[in-house]
Design a protein around this ligand. Structure first.
Ligand SMILES: CC(C)(COP(=O)(O)OP(=O)(O)OC[C@H]1O[C@@H](n2cnc3c(N)ncnc32)[C@H](O)[C@@H]1OP(=O)(O)O)[C@@H](O)C(=O)NCCC(=O)NCCS
Length: 143
């Protein structure tokens, strides 16, 4: 069973551990802790049968949502967890006007995920990423 819960003081380390397992330049535990007191930040943890499996981090500023990161641990992938995280966010932030994100050009899984939610490619950012260096694709969905 998949459950989505807000990140809090009890589970932020689990969120940081998922981030560390999935990205080459992860945000630290301290950064996630600081997000707890950022009024613009919304971070959601996904539990798969009670086990921390994935998370979604966004900022919402003046009606514009920007996705910082979404990740699901390898053994929990292709079970609809990322989809559940995004559906939960769209429901939670339904007053917003648009959602934007950057994604590595080679990240076919994430691009496919975003396209199923109606995100469209609206631009590119050259050499946006390092380790390894790569361009970002900019995607937006109007709400
Ligand atoms: C991208 C990621 C978050 C997807 O998580 P997930 O929980 O496995 O995704 P879901 O099971 O909810 O998939 C929803 C849909 O997205 C698409 N999708 C997800 N993974 C895919 C893959 N590997 N290949 C193609 N399409 C994929 C499919 O359309 C899928 O629907 P389907 O399973 O019915 O075909 C996960 O692969 C991940 O954590 N990757 C590493 C971190 C990352 O790259 N994050 C994105 C940063 S921008």
């Amino acid at each position: 069973m998949i459950e989505i819960t807000p990140m809090n003081e009890d589970n932020y380390k689990a969120v940081a551990a998922i981030e560390a397992a999935c990205f080459s330049q992860p945000w630290s535990e301290k950064t996630f802790f600081e997000e707890l007191s950022n009024p613009n930040a919304h971070t959601y943890l996904a539990l798969d049968s009670g086990e921390a499996a994935g998370f979604l981090s966004v900022w919402e500023i003046c009606g514009e949502v920007s996705i910082n990161n979404i990740a699901v641990l390898g053994k929990h992938r292709r079970k609809g967890i990322a989809r559940a995280l995004l559906e939960n966010m769209f429901n939670d932030l339904k007053e917003s006007e648009s959602v934007t994100l950057e994604v590595r050009r080679s990240n076919a899984a994430a691009i496919a995920l975003y396209e199923t939610f109606g995100f469209e490619k609206v631009g590119e950012r050259k050499n946006f990423y390092s380790q390894p260096a790569e361009d970002a694709v900019l995607m937006t969905r109007k709400l």
